[in-house]
Design a protein around this ligand. Structure first.
Ligand SMILES: [Zn+2]
Length: 508
């Protein structure tokens, strides 16, 4: 049975930025890990294309909303392709199948008695596509996020009866594993404890959206529409499948990986909508933090936005993946610092891991006829083997919980220990005496085998670098049977060792 994991469906208001790249890289690492472990997963990403903001952006550029969406959506497709993102699905909320799912979903929820007409009054931010409730007595309130004037709205909308689900949502969020990291749960708890209010799911003055069946002039509120993209993503193109088929296609999601700003929609509104429609709710919602650059918020006005495509061209996939996933505790806010980035990539990847492999491989080639050394002594008291096995267990537990930084640190610690092991056993001294040949073979084998384990463990984080290491050990096929090959001793003694070359270029 397959399970799905998702990135947010990115709003196509503007071209992709580093924040969406960060979400996607983290989800990609997790998806790769689950696949290596043998899980049948569907990795979903895509774009959210409706709403007034898109309509206005397109008008301001003098193009139609659909032209605008096509342009930005294809930028996302290209970017993920360039980054080697392993997504199985890319959903667009302007697709036919999505419209069909939205209509079916709405009719179910309505049938259940969870839709009513009502009047919606309040201050609205088009940037957030959200009514702002905490504006106080200000006569011209502004959005705290967009710093733009809010618009007063007073219109007849359709409402989803969220208030009916108070008890169910309270129960859901009291489950420790549902909202991750757990530190984010309090804000949701306090929001829910104030009493859930019905929320409007239609708009009457927005053309760029999906028409609500049976309600002339109403289009669906962009959030109601967008969340359903997680479902329509799973429906194959041109197949007449519906909500009842989702169970066989990867629903419920194992995890929604999202930014912390959209946690409320995912942890409250979305589960209630699913309950109403009689569908299962996702197992986990993981809200990660925001990225700043050199301590400053990134933005157009400051002109300090990091372009993910340029970063990729300048530094390569491995370097950026490693830095973002290893230096920022996943779930917390992070700061992109160029100096630290270069230092970490050079020291962790080029030195600690790269040099370990290259110097060991060079010695083995030199003294063992370009082959993996053979030994026949008993390997009781093999400290490096013991440490490797402990690290494998640790790293798997970390991956399971999306502790991506902790994964990278455990792998790095193993690499440092292997370097130390090499320095302490000093095979370059021992080799001077022929009587030590077995021992030299034993030590070098242990380090090379540790490098192989490191390459397998690091694969979800830096897949390209991982394959580079495995190629140098002639074991790239080991990735196909990951769990089995994580056993110690799979590096074949006497196998050819190719000429070593750097697994990553140092950054100047
Ligand atoms: Zn706003």
């Amino acid at each position: 049975m397959s399970i799905s994991i998702t990135t947010p469906l990115y709003y196509v208001n503007d071209k992709p930025h580093l924040g969406s790249t960060y979400s996607t890289l983290a989800a990609d690492a997790y998806a790769r890990y689950l696949r290596l472990k043998g899980n049948d997963i569907v990795f979903v990403t895509g774009v959210d294309e409706h709403g007034q903001k898109i309509q206005r952006t397109a008008i301001s550029k003098g193009i139609s909303p659909s032209e605008h969406c096509n342009k930005i959506s294809s930028q996302y497709v290209d970017l993920w392709d360039n980054w080697n993102i392993s997504n199985d699905k890319f959903v667009r909320t302007t697709s036919k199948k999505h419209r069909r799912i939205v209509e079916e979903f709405f009719l179910r929820v309505k049938e259940k008695g969870d839709v009513r007409l009502g009047n919606q009054q309040g201050w609205y931010c088009v940037g957030c596509e959200e009514y702002k409730e905490e504006v106080g007595s200000d006569k011209e309130p502004i959005c705290p996020i967009h710093l733009k004037k809010l618009e007063w709205r007073d219109e007849e909308n359709l409402f989803f009866c969220l208030s009916k689900y108070q008890k169910e949502i309270e129960k859901l969020i009291s489950n420790d594993s549902f909202i991750q990291p757990i530190s984010r749960r309090n804000e949701i708890k306090s929001f829910v404890s104030n009493g859930l209010r019905d929320f409007s799911i239609s708009r009457i003055d927005v053309d760029w959206g999906i028409d609500v069946p049976g309600y002339n002039g109403h289009t669906f509120y962009v959030w109601f529409d967008a969340l359903l993209g997680y479902l329509s993503a799973l429906i194959p193109e041109n197949q007449d499948l519906g909500l009842d088929d989702l169970i066989n296609l990867g629903w419920p999601a194992d995890v929604h990986i999202i930014g912390k700003d959209i946690l409320r929609f995912h942890a409250i509104y979305w589960p209630a909508m699913l309950m109403s429609a009689g569908l299962e709710i996702p197992k986990k919602v993981f809200g990660h933090g925001f990225l700043t650059r050199e301590g400053q918020k990134m933005g157009k006005t400051l002109g300090n936005i990091l372009d993910p495509q340029l970063l990729l061209e300048d530094y390569g996939e491995d370097a950026i993946r490693w830095y973002l996933l290893s230096d920022i505790k996943f779930g917390h806010d992070g700061d992109f610092q160029i100096k630290r980035f270069k230092e970490l990539v050079n020291s962790n990847l080029a030195n600690t891991i790269g040099n370990l492999l290259n110097r060991t491989s060079s010695m083995a080639r030199k003294w063992f006829d370009n082959k993996v050394p053979k030994y026949s002594i008993k390997d009781t008291n093999n400290s490096l083997k013991e440490l490797s096995l402990i690290t494998i267990d640790e790293v798997i537990l970390f991956y399971d919980d999306l502790y991506l930084r902790e994964c990278s640190q455990a792998i790095l610690k193993l690499s440092s220990s292997a370097n130390l092991y090499l320095n302490e056993t000093a095979p370059w001294q021992l080799v001077k005496d022929d009587a030590n040949k077995e021992l030299v073979a034993f030590y070098l084998y242990n380090v090379l085998e540790t490098c192989r384990i490191i390459a397998l463990l690091i694969n979800p984080l830096v897949p390209n670098l991982s394959i580079n290491i495995l190629k140098q050990l002639h074991t790239e096929h080991h990735i196909n049977d990951w769990s089995e090959n994580l056993k110690w001793g799979k590096l074949l003694m006497g196998a050819d060792l190719p000429n070593p070359h750097p697994i990553i270029q140092k950054i100047e």
